[in-house]
Design a protein around this ligand. Sequence first.
Ligand SMILES: Nc1ncnc2c1ncn2[C@@H]1O[C@H](COP(=O)(O)OP(=O)(O)OP(=O)(O)O)[C@@H](O)[C@H]1O
Length: 370
Amino acid sequence: MKEIRFENVKKSYGHTEVVKNLNFSIHEGERLILLGPSGCGKSTTLRMIAGLEDVSSGNLYMGGKLVNDVPSGKREVAMVFQNYALYPHMTVKQNIVYALRMKKVPKKEIAARLEDALAMLQLRGLEDRLPKDLSGGQRQRVALARAVVKQADFFLLDEPLSNLDAQLRVSARKELVKIHEKYKQTIVYVTHDQIEAMTVGDRIALLNEGVLQMLDTPENVYHRPANIFTAKFIGAPPTNILEMVYYDKHIRFGDQKMSIPNEWIQHIQKANAREMVFGIRPEHLEIMEEHGENTMYAIVRAIENLGAEYAVYLTFNNEEVIALSPHKEWRVGEQVYIRPNVQHMHIFDMATTNSIGYPEKMVNRVPVFN
Ligand SMILES: Nc1ncnc2c1ncn2[C@@H]1O[C@H](COP(=O)(O)OP(=O)(O)OP(=O)(O)O)[C@@H](O)[C@H]1O
């Protein structure tokens, strides 16, 4: 059993509680991403699993065993940190096998694991170099290899790729997934990079100010955000969150209104929310020159080049909204029409900021991409 379970886990430094009442499980053999803004408690959570920080209260179980008082060295963990320190006076090979020698793993076994790691992380030919004679990316791969050869049940990574350039990050991500498919350790991976979270994670645990916001698959975190924070944090540009009123089978924004599918009408009527807010991602908001079915007017304020497409900033019902457009042929100050794709809308309870959920027909549907 390589499961990790948090039961009412809290962590405080002095009077400041930085991790608040975590209750969740990390399944055996999954790649779980701890994601969230700077200072949200990701590293602290990982360090508690590693045994490098005490749990202030609550229980932490690893492999079914309560580990609150188990020292780091006895936890079957391998770790890679952002500031991986390689031993400068040891060669690549010596760095990789050092921990195995200390643990008195048989020589033959060490040689086999070393071969495996060198091949997988494309380090063949560099075995005898010192760290100072390696590039940043190569050093990072040595740090990964050093952790991989331990074959620990739990593989803990804290921003392991943050020192790499964009291209190397992509290949390192793929290597990591390959390593995992081979060894099937339970991986806990800290990042603040959403793309990394989406591409590496089986599930994402999103934290904000020490509170778990959502724990689900990358698809659900993106398409079915549990609350406003999740909707805004995941995706760039962020989800538009707009004031709305539901009245007479329509969603109204000031003096404009939009019709919605029957299943949403029933769902909203059943929801026990007094005031609601509307969410729509920029990619699900179409801009048109002409008035059409279910369109509402807005004014263009600015256009930003994102490379593959353009972010168009608009004023709509006295609020700023962002829509994506394949072209930039919009004039600042002109009136245009916008149409939210109602298949992709989100509604949140204003009081709790939680999603009111989705009509059943939509929940069971594989997300539809435009
Ligand atoms: N040893 C410590 N003493 C006091 N406060 C600490 C200590 N370590 C962390 N903190 C505080 O705890 C909070 C959470 O820190 P943590 O490093 O877990 O955040 P993080 O989500 O990993 O952030 P980042 O992405 O910036 O690394 C922060 O406000 C941080 O300042």
